[in-house]
Design a protein around this ligand. Sequence first.
Ligand code: A2P
Length: 274
Amino acid sequence: MSMNTPLATAPELVAASPSAPDAQTVVSVRHWTDRLFSFRVTRPQSLRFRSGEFVMIGLPKPDGRPLLRAYSIASPAWDDELEFYSIKVEDGPLTSRLRRIEPGDHVIVRPKPTGTLVLDALLPGERLWLFSTGTGVAPFASILRDPDTYERYNEVILTHTCRDAAELEYGKQLLAALPADPLVGEDAAAKLRYLPTTTREPTEAIGRITDWIASGRLTDRFGLPPLSPERDRAMICGSMGLNTDVAALLEAAGLQSGANNKPGHYVLEKAFVS
Ligand code: A2P
C-alpha cells in the first residue's frame, strides 16, 4: 500500500502538535530488537474498529501535512489505548522518525479503520489458521483477544515466522499473557495453538511456513488432516511474497479467498510498512 519515498526526498518529520487534527498522545514505547518496536497511544474517542483492521497513522512533514502509513491495530477492541507493532526501516520515510517517539509525544491517528482481516470476511468453519511473519502478527494480537474468534471456531492456530528468536518475542509474550485474559483466557487455553518458527537462527521449529504447509509437516504437527475448504479457514499477514505464496498453497488445497462483502475460506493483508 505504501510506496517508499527515495531517501533524497525523504521529508524531515516532526512530532505532531497536541492541537493537530487527530493528534494522539504516545503512552509507552517498547523496543524489542534493533528492527522492531511497539508503542501505545491514547485512543481517539470516535474510533470503533473490528479486530484485525488497520488505521492510518503518521507524523507531520515540515509543511504541517502528515506523512501517513497503514498500521494494523494490535490491541483488542475494548482497550482504552491503541497498540501498534512496527518495523524500523533504515531510511524509511516514516519509521526512521517514528522509531524515536517517546511517551508524551504526539502522533496522528486517523479514526477510520478498514481492512480484510476480519472474522466477517470468512465463512463459518471448524478451524481458523492465522499465518503471520514479522510484524504481520499485529492484527492477530487483536483477533486473539476477541471473544468472537473462539465463539466461531473450535480451534485457532497461530503461526508466526521470523528471522530469529528475538523477533518472536512480541508474539511469545502475547501468547503467554492470554490465559490470564479476563475475556478470552479460558477459551484461549482450550482452543488456541501456536507455532513459532525461525528461518535464520536455529530454534525448536525451523523453516518458512510455506515449506511447513507444502510438506504436510504443519498439519502433521497438530495431528490434523490436510487443509480443506470444508473445515479450514485462514488469515494471512506478512510480506507480499509471503502472502502470495501462502495463498497459492491454500488455493491448491481448494480454499478460496474472501472479502467483507463476499466471505470466503481465507483472507490476506500485507504487513504494511516495509
Ligand atoms: P527468510 O528468512 O527465509 O527470508 P522479513 O523479516 O524479511 O519480513 O521476513 C519475516 C519472515 O518471513 C522470515 O522468516 C522470512 O524467511 C519469511 N518469509 C519472507 N518471504 C517469505 C515467503 N515468500 N514465503 C515464506 N516465508 C517468507
